[in-house]
Design a protein. Structure first.
Length: 68
């Protein structure tokens, strides 16, 4: 296998693992996430969840780049 196919398999495995784990962890309902309800409409913006995921992904990519 060449380099691109290995990376695609690794990325697919990571996405699969995140999807599987997200079934058991309620990460989308953190304090600080905005929920606005008016009538029949609900607007949800996950501010804190986005920041948390950004920090985690930044750390992962930092360590991947450092040890590569």
């Amino acid at each position: 296998m060449n380099g691109i196919s290995k990376w695609l398999m690794v990325v697919g495995a990571i996405i699969f693992a995140i999807g599987f784990i997200s079934q058991f962890i309620n990460i989308g309902k953190l304090h600080g996430d905005l929920v606005i309800k008016k009538g029949n409409t609900t607007f949800y913006f996950p501010v804190v969840t986005s920041i948390l995921l950004s920090i985690i992904l930044s750390a992962i990519f930092y360590f991947i780049g450092r040890f590569r």
